[in-house]
Each structure stands twice: as C-alpha cells, then as structure tokens.
Write a protein that binds this ligand. Structure first.
Ligand SMILES: C[S@@+](CC[C@H](N)C(=O)[O-])C[C@H]1O[C@@H](n2cnc3c(N)ncnc32)[C@H](O)[C@@H]1O
Length: 390
C-alpha cells in the first residue's frame, strides 16, 4: 500500500494477529473503526496501528503452568488409547491432561499415565481445568465424516463429529500455542469440502494460522497403509504450520537436500515378513488400514488383513497383539488393568480402540518438528503471550 496507509491484512501483520481477528475486533467494537476508501476497503494509518497494538498488548496473558517450565507440555483431547500422547512423550513432552469418554480407553490411559489429570466428557470440561500446555492434540471422532461410513455422511452436524466444536470452544478459552488435529481423509471431502472449510475458519477465527498435510503411517516405519489428515494450527504465526508440516525442501527454504541414511530401502511392499517355510505363516509386508470394528462405522473393518497358513489351508485374523504392532504401539499396550471387568469383550475393545488410534511414530515425528519450531520461536512466543487472551 502506498505511503503510510495499510490494508487490513498489512495492519493485522503489524499488530501480530490474524486478519480475521482484527476484523472481529473492529466488528465487535473492541477497537475503533478506521476510514475506508471509495471501494470500501479499510485504510489503517500509523496511529491506528499503534492504537490497536496497545489494545492487543493490554489483553490478559495466560499464567498457569503446572509442570517445570523447561519441559514442553502437551494436553490431549479425545485421547483414545494415547497414540498422540505416546508419540509426544517419546519426543520429550510431558502429558499434562487427557480427556476420554470411553471406559476401556480411559483404563488404558490410566495404566500408562497414572498421574495425568483425566476428564471424561469433553462437553463437561472447562478451559480452566486444563493445565496451561504448549501443544494441544486431538482427533475428534470421525464416524460422521468417514468414507467408510458408506452412505450419507452427516459431517460436522453429526452427533460424533460435531464434538469438534467442543474442542474449538476449549481452544478459544485457553489458546495453546500449537494445536494438532488428526482425522480421516474423508474430512477433506465431507459436504463437498464445506466441513473442512468450517474447521479451518473456526480455528482462524480463534487466531490460528492453519495448515494441513495427509501423512501415511507406512512412511514412518509402521507396517500399515494408514492415511490421515493432520491439521496444525499455530497461534498468531502464519509461518508456523508450514515450518512444522513440511520439510524445508518442500517449502523451498534454504536447506541441504535430504540424503539416505545407510542402505537404500526397498519398497516396503517388497519386504517379506515372516518365514514362509512349510508350516510358517505368511503375512503381508504392509497391512491394510485398520478400522474401528463397529458395524455403524464401517462394514469392512480391520479384518481385511489376514495371516494365512498355506500348508494347512488355514486363515486367521490378526490378534490384538499383532494389531498393536501393525499400529506401531508396544506389545500389550491395550491390555487393561486386571480389575477391568468386561473380560468377555476385551479383544473387541482392543481391536476397536486400536482401529481408532493415531500411530505413535507419526505423532512422534510431528512432536519432534513442533519441538524444533517452539525452540526456534521462543522469543516470538514471549511477545505473543501478551496478546494471547484475545
Ligand atoms: C478418533 S478417536 C481418537 C483416538 C486417539 N487419538 C488415539 O490415539 O487413540 C476419538 C476418541 O474420542 C472419544 N470420545 C467420543 N466422545 C467423546 C466425548 N464426548 N468426550 C471425550 N472423548 C470422547 C472416543 O471414545 C474415541 O476414543
């Protein structure tokens, strides 16, 4: 813009907020309106930007932090059996909070994180109950957006997937610096993309720059083709999501090209798992995607992946323990406490929870990248804290 007059986008950048936030402040009368040009575009002068910046600086900063300041922290919502939590923990994060409605999943969480504060129904959680955490992670239920539903998809209006709005409500109350949402790729196409548009615009309204990437677990050392969408939001940092989600070569920043580490790998599909001797089992190198085995969710479910014994002509499904391996969890991760009573259903509960989970190696990759991002943006975060209550 010519001279000392700025557009809404430029002014927002100078203040350090998303344009949508600045627009909201103007519409809500939180900051005084500015003159418009003959086309109706707002024109911001230096003194307007100074006035709006003072408003932003005066907003309350978050103060609570319940673990040592030197430790990065993650709070998880829709925690399931803790796929995100395990990946982030492996990257050095402390898990500050979990929220999970399902009794079996909560039991598994309490086995692995006995000391983490844990809530049940997200609808009953208030932001004040969640310790201040650097990162929030959550894969809201996907049933209503999943293509595996094989019928009309209710999308974000559905009973389960509308829980996204509860997540957004809590994000609005606490404004963590970084958030990660995981979901099935069907989220991208639900209601011709309008649902995904709502996810993005809701987060933008809350002051988050948002990016997304589809990642397949098979590229992270997991023996399963499992594609999921990962949405990353960074509070008031438009460069954050791409720095986290995309390697420097992809975003064309100044970086040396990647090199292979050690021997060049074959295609994962060419690797032979098991030893097909006369009676030995034959398995695929890469399993099909595991789904939660609920008839409502999908008619095909995880059982498409089989182990066969050619000599005997026998075929069997994967055991829950094998499913843990196929999801990248440690063995017996989903064995509940001895006191858990639905003994007859344990296998089904394990299959279902595993089919819903995030694969920890992908979560760990994201966590490592977020860690680097947070380390390189330490000074930015300090200045952002002054406007984090907007
Ligand atoms: C897609 S799964 C997330 C799995 C998780 N990321 C993992 O790695 O296991 C969604 C989870 O949300 C939980 N959930 C559903 N409704 C909920 C509610 N009202 N409050 C809290 N959790 C809920 C489900 O029980 C399920 O475990």
């Amino acid at each position: 813009m010519a001279g000392d007059v700025y557009s809404l986008k430029e002014a927002a950048g100078r203040v350090g907020v998303a344009p949508i936030t600045l627009k909201r402040w103007l519409l809500e009368g939180k900051v005084e309106e500015v003159p418009r040009n003959r086309h109706g575009w707002r024109l911001f002068r230096e003194q307007d930007i100074e006035r709006i910046s003072s408003f932003a600086r005066a907003l309350p900063a978050p103060v609570r932090r319940d673990v040592p300041a030197e430790r990065l922290t993650v709070a998880s919502l829709f925690s399931g059996i803790g796929g995100f939590d395990l990946g982030f923990q492996r990257a050095g994060f402390a898990v500050t909070f979990q929220c999970e409605l399902n009794r079996f999943c909560s039991d598994i969480l309490s086995k692995h994180w006995p000391d983490a504060p844990r809530a049940k129904d997200i609808k009953e959680v208030s932001g004040a109950a969640i310790p201040l955490s650097d990162v929030w992670v959550g894969g809201f239920p996907c049933q209503d957006v999943s293509l595996a539903r094989m019928g009309k998809r209710d999308g974000l209006r559905g009973r389960q997937s509308s829980l996204f709005y509860e997540f957004a409500r809590l994000v609005g109350e606490n404004r963590p610096r970084v958030l990660v949402i995981e979901n099935v790729p069907g989220l991208l196409s639900s209601h011709q993309g309008r649902d995904f548009g709502i996810v993005l615009s809701t987060l933008a309204e809350l002051g988050y720059a948002v990016g997304w990437r589809t990642l397949n677990s098979k590229n992270f050392g997991v023996p399963q083709s499992r594609q999921r969408v990962y949405v990353v939001g960074c509070h008031r940092d438009p460069r954050g999501p791409s720095a986290i989600l995309f390697e420097p070569e992809r975003s064309q920043r100044d970086a040396a090209p990647s090199t292979t580490n050690g021997k060049t790998s074959l295609s994962p599909f060419k690797t032979i798992v098991g030893h097909p001797r006369k009676t030995g089992p034959v398995t695929q190198a890469i399993a099909y995607c595991l789904y939660a085995c609920s008839a409502r969710h999908t008619g095909t479910d995880w059982s498409r992946t089989y182990v066969c014994y050619p000599k005997d002509g026998r075929v069997r499904r994967l055991t829950p323990r094998e499913c843990e391996g196929v999801m990248g969890f440690p063995k017996n991760w989903t064995v509940p406490h001895p006191g858990f009573h639905d003994i007859e259903d344990i296998d089904s509960l394990r299959y279902h929870a595993l089919g819903n989970a995030v694969t920890p190696p992908v979560a760990q990759w994201l966590a490592e990248r977020i860690k680097s991002y947070l380390a390189s943006h330490e000074s930015v975060s300090t200045s952002c804290a002054a406007v984090a209550g907007a």
